[in-house]
Design a protein around this ligand. Sequence first.
Ligand code: HEM
Length: 134
Amino acid sequence: MPYGTVNRENIEIMVRDFYTIILKDDILGPYFINALGDDVTKGKWPEHFHTLDSFWVLMMMGKRGYQGDPFPPHAFIGQLYLETFEQWLKLFHEVVYRLYIPEIAEKFYKKAEILGAQFINNLDITDDDEDDDD
Ligand code: HEM
């Protein structure tokens, strides 16, 4: 049964499910392995999960906890393309629609979509980004 409410417990499940899938993804996996390593039980991963849990608790429940700025890390993790964001959103869509009822899944997805668009804007990513150095 999909979750019909949002709480920290089911956000923790969502975040871990999402990153399990992300790490196996050919496009997204390498960015996370480079930044955080390939073993989610070690190193920077537990802290990253905790950050993401708090981030989504803030986004979905309005509860304080996450105090960072989600944008800066994305400027330092390697070249990102529109395709990278599209793939991230596609996998996020799959996970939230599998775990939550559609009304809630849609709310998660919309938040991610808006933030993704801001990242793309801030990072000055365009379709022909790969040709920038030419
Ligand atoms: C809408 C899309 C996205 C959202 C909402 C999002 C959200 C976040 C948030 C909240 C953090 C934690 C920031 C902090 O430490 O305070 C984070 C970190 C990170 N994100 Fe994203 N992200 C998105 C897209 C992406 C994409 C496309 C990639 C690359 C494949 C990516 C790679 C990373 C990595 C590697 C980190 C960890 C950086 C580090 O701690 O060194 N993200 N993201």
